[in-house]
Design a protein around this ligand. Structure first.
Ligand code: DGY
Length: 325
């Protein structure tokens, strides 16, 4: 029997491309050519090759217009990401398209990235690195680049899902106190010693560091706005490894400029790869290029997970393990 045709929008790790080529008539994007940025082009290519499935990635424009333009041959879209705010799930459901994501396997790596940013922000690592590289370092000084310790600080985790809980486990090792905000209180075995808050006001006023792990989309758009920032303690730190759209960039940049927020660490941006220009001149913000899940181990695991989902739908006719539509 002919192998199902699989359109892959991005260059993927070698083991994943090899597995896809073994099990599918895989149409790779080995050079990572930027056609994936254009939804109409994704649909055109899917029609051209008669794709049964599409393996896309975070940020690919899989909105309603792309989904409407897909040929009928496409039965499943697997995104190489846990977030699926770039896929119009309602449009996919309406046309009976299966959509899957890659949860769990990237939780530790993303929490690690949040922790990296937390340390960078608290200990002014970005500023120090820039100083050394620029040849501006004149030697050790008792008051040079003093940051703050994480030890004993109250970490506020907004979005206490798998990634947020991994971060909590790491933070306990730094003797931090854990607070969290979510729609629902976690069961005792997941909550542990963390303190649940059922209002944003109570949560934001109780913490020294905010780490954002909320899903993207309209419901969380610009959640961290001027009003919520003003409810945070003076000198707090903001970390975002969730989705860039959840932050009002102008408001955060202003809070960083005024010193109300001591420092921030960002891995995600509204309208990536654009970065809000107001951040670029600020020393007290660490900026990473969406590295959350970027470890060799995790990217392989994400690829295998995406292919397991596609295998279920396209090769075995079974229910995919991580279906979101
Ligand atoms: C995701 O999986 O949603 C990330 O943002 C990409 O690693």
């Amino acid at each position: 029997m002919a192998k199902p045709v699989l359109l892959i929008t991005r260059k993927l790790p070698p083991a994943i491309e090899a597995r896809a080529a073994r099990d599918y008539d895989a149409r790779l994007n080995a050079a990572d050519d930027p056609w994936y940025r254009d939804g109409a082009e994704i649909a055109r290519r899917a029609a051209e090759c008669g794709a049964a499935g599409i393996l896309c990635a975070a940020g690919d424009p899989m909105g309603a217009a792309t989904i409407a333009a897909l040929p009928d041959s496409v039965k499943a879209v697997a995104t190489f990401s846990v977030g699926y705010d770039h896929v119009d799930v309602a449009a996919a459901k309406a046309r009976g398209l299966v959509v899957t994501n890659t949860p769990e396997v990237l939780s530790f790596a993303t929490a690690e990235c949040a922790f990296t940013l937390m340390l960078m922000a608290a200990r002014r690592a970005g500023e120090g690195e820039r100083m050394v590289r620029a040849g501006r370092w004149e030697g050790w000084a008792p008051t040079q680049l003093m940051g703050v310790t994480l030890e004993g600080k109250a970490l506020g985790i907004a979005g206490f899902g798998r990634i947020g809980r991994e971060l909590a486990a790491m933070a306990r090792g730094f003797r931090m106190r854990i607070h969290y905000r979510d729609l629902h209180r976690a069961p005792p075995e997941l909550e542990g010693d963390a303190t649940f808050h059922d209002t944003d006001e109570g949560f934001l006023g109780a913490i020294d560091i905010l780490s954002m792990h909320m899903p993207g989309g309209e419901a969380t758009r610009k959640w961290l706005n001027a009003d919520r920032l003003s409810r945070m303690r003076k000198g707090s730190i903001v970390i975002n490894t969730g989705r860039g759209g959840s932050v009002d960039d102008a408001a955060l940049a202003e809070a960083l400029r005024s010193g109300h927020i001591r420092a921030a660490g960002l891995d995600v941006y509204d309208g990536e790869p654009k970065v809000f220009p107001g951040y670029l001149g600020l020393e007290n913000v660490a900026l990473l290029p969406h590295l959350g899940s970027a470890t060799e181990e995790t990217r392989d695991a994400m690829g295998h997970r995406a292919l397991e989902n596609l295998d279920a739908v396209l090769r075995h006719g079974t229910a995919p393990p991580h279906r979101v539509a």
